[in-house]
Design a protein around this ligand. Structure first.
Ligand code: PRX
Length: 663
């Protein structure tokens, strides 16, 4: 940061710890009355009717919360509705001509595509009819392995319309990752894409999908392919795959009655990394999830139907599900969707989009903000960003310096920032300030949202004093919560509840959800999230299990053992550090290094690529044989080494530290 104004920023904002919501924002905010916190507490769980009221119901629900069988909570029981009807049909009369999805492709020489609610409704109906014709039935899981093309949200809503849960697999994931997820969900239908643009180049995706399909252990009934790249890439279609455009054209004008779904019926599955090599299929429901996504979009992101709102996440992750597709469309607003990277054709692409579409709210990730900061303020300064009213961040902690840069250079000191803590499992935001109400404290996400009961406790479950580090727990259920892990109730209880609950009890007060994050509270009840306490890394806001990466590495010929930890990285937040022991007759040379990188990319995807691979003859182990990851983390972060006295082989730590230092 060399520019004058950055120096000025440092001087003026550096020591400021509190920021009040700007008056201009408060004057128009969706929520301005802080009594909402007390009201929700007094009136819990009935307070969540407020979320349910944002939806149109076919049959009214009878009970807000059924907590008779914890932790298998049910919300809005007895009610029925359809998510696609809520995101489309009900807006047609008033907002049919308004833009629902403003899609911006990466190449700048092609037209962007704006789908009005009417156009989106039409195509969703046509594709829903096509899916049905392919034999997709209610409750069949449809896998969507697609990049950021408009056909992805269309396919999601088409699935929702016919009551078929979708399972979106991030396009950056590998063929193996696709196969694992289709196998786990017994998914017999796939919608994919020939490719997409990345930094100006067409990138093929179809062959990766084909390779994934070859690893599926059951019959696949249908494969539909979206042709994004046209003449740029002649994709293979040799196995009875169907072309998306043909299918939709055949169904021109088709209307599909939205299937009436029970409130608790599954809307989608989303796989996420856990502590074992096997990803977890998080199950979200129709009413609880959708109402919570809509309520938080309205309350936290301050979205109004007339806004143009932009979340720059990928729909392959939960943020895109909740805050590009379901939340914004349930509210009838305009949701911007961008195909490419922020630095193509230049580092001002995001700001160009903000200016061109007069974006009101921007919701992005700290990793992106750190990159913008590094590139410098001259890029946003090229554009008029005065349309922005609110900024948001998600995915990892944001350091105060990056927060202040975002506040000044993007928000022009006129936009509140919401730093939102949540997870794939929570469905929607859990901890953040309400932008028209709460004082902001850079670096701290804020208090729990109204109706959300969060504590910071020690290992015994006792609350820790303000300022002390502890573990985050959620003490009451909420509508957007995951209901279980797909086909695995046992793992659901073991992973999220067993730590702090009396698992024998059927009293909901004895059940506590454990998100596996460390945190501390301040005197005002604000929560600073300290990061994962399990073996999960957060690389550029993407969650990766160390076990998944380790099992990919030990699958490489010549590798005997491996331990993966997170090392600090200026832009990515965390980066993958892999410590590798080779087999006796193998060498830790460049060839093996490259094969390990390739192995990880094949098993998971380029996001999991190790930043550094350290070959070592031994790993630090306790006397009982457990790898001391903390010490490896200290080495990766070039920190003073922690206690080595409990090690069986203390000398190895210095040796590894030396190797890393030399690298
Ligand atoms: O460690 C927390 C971190 O991201 C994890 C959840 O990752 P995922 O399920 O992929 O969802 C990301 C998008 C919601 C959390 O357990 N995390 C998320 N938001 C924040 C955060 N850490 C600190 N501050 C945040 N605002």
């Amino acid at each position: 940061m060399t520019e004058d104004n950055d120096v000025e920023l440092e001087a003026r904002l550096e020591n400021r710890e509190r920021f009040e919501p700007p008056q201009s924002f408060v004057a128009q905010a969706n929520l301005v009355d802080d009594t909402i916190y007390d009201e929700f507490e007094r009136n819990w769980p009935e307070c969540w009717k407020q979320a349910a009221d944002l939806l149109d119901w076919e049959n009214e629900y009878e009970t807000v919360l059924d907590d008779s069988d914890p932790p298998f909570y049910e919300w809005f029981t007895g009610g029925s509705l359809n998510a696609s009807a809520n995101c489309l049909d009900r807006h047609l009369d008033d907002r049919g001509d308004e833009v629902a999805i403003e899609w911006v492709g990466e190449p700048t020489d092609e037209d962007d595509r704006a789908y009005t609610y009417e156009a989106l409704h039409r195509e969703v109906n046509e594709f829903a009819a096509a899916l049905r014709e392919q034999g997709v039935k209610e409750d069949d899981v449809v896998t969507l392995y697609m990049p950021m093309v408009p056909e992805l949200p269309i396919a999601m809503l088409a699935c929702a319309r016919i009551g078929a849960p979708h399972s979106v697999v991030f396009a950056g994931f590998s063929a193996d990752a696709l196969a694992t997820r289709m196998n786990s969900a017994d998914s017999e239908h796939l919608v994919t894409c020939d490719g997409y643009y990345r930094r100006g180049d067409p990138l093929q995706h179809k062959e990766k999908a084909d390779e994934g399909l070859s690893g599926v252990d059951h019959d696949v009934e249908s494969v539909v392919v979206v042709d994004r790249l046209g003449d740029e890439y002649d994709h293979p279609m040799e196995n009875g795959e169907l072309d998306y455009a043909d299918l939709v054209a055949e169904q021109e004008g088709a209307e599909v009655e939205p299937v009436s779904r029970d409130a608790e019926d599954m809307l989608f599955l989303m796989y996420t990394s856990g502590t074992t090599g096997q990803p977890k299929g998080v199950k979200h429901t129709t009413a609880g999830y959708l109402s919570y996504a809509a309520w938080t979009t309205q309350s936290v992101l301050d979205v109004k139907p007339e806004d143009t709102y932009w979340c720059s996440a990928d729909i392959g992750w939960i943020t895109g599900h909740s805050y590009i597709v379901y939340g914004p469309l349930a509210l009838g607003t305009t949701s911007v969707m961008y195909e490419g990277t922020p630095d193509y054709p230049d580092r001002d692409r995001l700001w160009e989009i903000v200016e061109e579409y007069a974006v009101d709210q921007l919701y992005t990730a700290p990793t992106a903000i750190r990159a913008f900061m590094k590139w410098g303020s001259r890029y946003p300064e090229r554009h008029d960003l005065s349309s922005l009213r609110l900024l948001g961040t998600v995915g990892e902690p944001i350091n105060p310096r990056a927060w202040k840069w975002y506040y000044k250079h993007i928000g022009q000191e006129e936009c509140p920032i919401v730093d939102t803590w949540w997870q794939t499992e929570t469905g929607g935001m859990m901890v953040t300030t309400l932008p028209g109400i709460g004082t902001m404290k850079p670096g701290s996400a804020g208090p729990p949202l109204p109706g959300i009961d969060i504590r910071v406790v020690d290992t015994r479950g006792e609350e820790v004093e303000p300022g002390k580090a502890g573990y985050l727990t959620v003490d009451k259920p909420w509508p957007g919560m995951l209901r279980t892990l797909y086909n695995n109730d046992e793992r659901f209880v073991a992973e999220y509840w067993a730590e702090y609950s009396d698992t024998e009890s059927d009293d909901p007060d004895d059940w506590v959800y454990f998100p596996e994050d460390g945190a501390k509270l301040d005197e005002d009840g604000y929560i600073t999230v300290l990061g994962r306490v399990d073996d999960v890394l957060n690389v550029s806001g993407h969650r990766l299990g160390t076990m998944e990466i380790e099992s990919a590495i030990v699958g490489v010929e010549g590798v005997a053992e491996s331990a993966v930890v997170g090392g600090h990285h200026d832009i990515k937040g965390e980066a993958v550090y892999a410590y590798v022991i080779t087999e006796e007759d193998s060498e830790g040379d460049e060839d093996l290094h490259d094969r390990i990188v390739e192995g990880v990319e094949d098993a998971i995807g380029p996001i999991a690529r190790p930043e550094e691979i350290v070959f070592t003859p031994e790993l630090p182990k306790t006397r009982s044989g457990k790898i001391m990851r903390r010490l490896l983390e200290d080495i990766a972060n070039d920190e003073e080494l922690g206690d080595t006295s409990t090690l069986r082989n203390p000398e190895v730590v210095e040796d590894i530290a030396q190797t890393v230092g030399d690298a």
